[in-house]
Design a protein around this ligand. Structure first.
Ligand code: OKP
Ligand code: ZN
Length: 334
C-alpha cells in the first residue's frame, strides 16, 4: 500500500489547548507522526495540487482568514498561538469584521484549535497529502494511506475546530467528483463524530457519510452525531450516525461496523474514503472506547472486503506509545 507524507505537516505545533477552564498540553502534536513514522514507512511525497481543490470545499474568505490569521494576531501585538474568546452563537451574518478577535470567533467553534505560525503550512500540506493518495487510487491503486495532520473531520466550509483546519477527507472526496467519479462514500471510524465532514455534505446525495463514534451525550463534539441526523434535502438518507456508549469494545464496535459497511455498500460508491482515527484504542488519553491493538487489522480487513478503491486518511489517535502499532496494524489489513 502506498503511504503518503509531507514533512511540512510538522509546522503546526500548538503550545496548548484550552478546556475545563485551563490550558493543557496539546493532544494533537507533531510527536504523533514520529510515533506513526516509527512503524509505517511512507515512500511517497505529494505534489502540489494548489488551492483549487481546497476552494471546492472551503469558502474563500475562510481560507484567507486561515492563511493570514497568525500574522494578524502578531500585528495586534500578541505572542504565541491565536485563540478565539467570543463566538457568534446567536447567528452569523455577513458583517465587515476586521478585529482579529472577531474573526477568530467567527471562524471557530471551540478553543481546542489554536492557530500558530505554521498552522496554515501544515494544514495545506495535509490536504496535498490526502489529494496525492486519492490521485493514486483514482489512477488504479487499490488503496493508499494519507498520513495527515492536523486532522480534518471537525472543520466545515468556513469554520475550524476539533484540531481541524482544512477538511482533508472532504477535499479528497470533492477532488474525486471533480475528476469524474459519480459517488463517494466516507466511512469515519475516529472516536469522535466528524461533524465538519457531515456538515459539508449534509444536503448532498453524491457523497455519503457514515460515522461510528462516541455518543454525543457524553463526548465531544456534543452537538452533532446523533442517530437522527440523517441528511437533508437531496442528501436525506445519505448520512448515517452510529453513536456508541463509552466502554464499547470490539464486540459492540464490530456490530456497528457491519451496519456501516452494509450501508456504504448500498450507496454503491466509486470510491471509499476512510477517516481513520486510532483514538478508539483502549488507552487513548482523551477517549473512552476499549479497542485493542489486535482489533485494528480485522477492522481494516472487513473494510477492505468491500472491494472498493479506498483512501485511508489519518484523523485522531493520541496514545503515542501505541499509535505506530495501531496505525500499522490497521494498514496491514489492506
Ligand atoms: C479530534 B479528533 C479534551 C477536549 C478536547 C477536542 C477533541 C478533538 C478530537 N478533553 N476536545 O476527532 O481526534
Ligand atoms: Zn477523534
Amino acid at each position: 500500500m502506498k503511504c503518503f507524507w509531507d514533512d511540512r505537516q510538522r509546522a503546526h505545533a500548538p503550545g496548548g489547548e484550552f478546556f475545563n477552564g485551563a490550558l493543557h498540553p496539546a493532544a494533537e502534536h507533531p510527536g504523533r507522526v514520529d510515533a506513526i513514522l516509527s512503524a509505517v514507512d511512507p515512500t511517497e511525497a505529494p505534489s502540489d495540487f494548489g488551492l483549487e481543490p481546497i476552494l471546492r470545499v472551503h469558502s474563500a474568505d475562510y481560507v484567507e482568514f486561515l492563511r493570514t490569521a497568525h500574522d494578524q494576531w502578531r500585528d495586534a501585538g500578541r505572542d504565541g498561538d491565536a485563540f478565539p474568546y467570543t463566538f457568534p452563537v446567536v447567528g452569523r451574518r455577513p458583517l465587515k469584521l476586521s478585529r482579529i478577535d472577531a474573526l477568530l470567533g467567527q471562524y471557530s467553534f471551540d478553543t481546542s484549535s489554536p492557530i500558530g505560525p505554521g498552522t496554515w503550512e501544515a494544514s495545506y500540506w495535509a490536504v496535498q497529502t490526502a489529494l496525492a493518495a486519492t490521485d493514486a487510487v483514482l489512477g488504479g491503486e487499490r488503496s493508499a494511506f494519507a498520513l495527515c495532520r492536523p486532522p480534518g473531520h471537525h472543520c466545515g466550509k468556513d469554520y475550524l475546530g476539533g484540531y481541524s483546519y482544512l477538511s482533508n477527507a472532504a477535499i479528497a472526496s470533492e477532488h474525486a467528483i471533480a475528476t469524474g467519479r459519480t459517488r463517494v462514500a466516507i466511512l469515519d471510524v475516529d472516536y469522535h463524530h466528524g461533524n465538519g465532514t457531515q456538515d459539508i455534505f449534509y444536503d448532498r446525495a453524491d457523497v455519503a457519510y457514515a460515522s461510528i463514534h462516541a455518543e454525543p451525550g457524553t463526548d465531544y463534539p456534543f452537538f452533532w452525531g446523533h442517530a437522527d441526523e440523517t441528511g437533508s434535502d437531496e442528501g436525506e438518507g445519505a448520512t448515517l450516525n452510529l453513536p456508541l456508549p463509552r466502554g464499547t469494545d470490539w464486540s459492540g464496535y464490530g456490530a456497528a461496523l457491519t451496519q456501516a459497511l452494509d450501508w456504504v455498500e448500498s450507496h454503491q460508491p466509486d470510491l471509499l474514503i476512510v477517516s481513520y482515527g486510532a483514538d478508539t484504542y483502549e488507552r487513548d488519553p482523551i477517549s473512552r472506547f476499549e479497542l485493542k491493538t489486535s482489533d485494528y487489522t480485522p477492522m481494516a480487513r472487513r473494510i477492505a472486503a468491500l472491494g472498493l478503491p479506498t483512501v485511508v486518511v489519518m484523523e485522531g489517535g493520541y496514545a503515542v506509545e501505541a499509535l505506530g502499532a495501531n496505525v500499522a496494524g490497521f494498514l496491514s489489513g489492506f
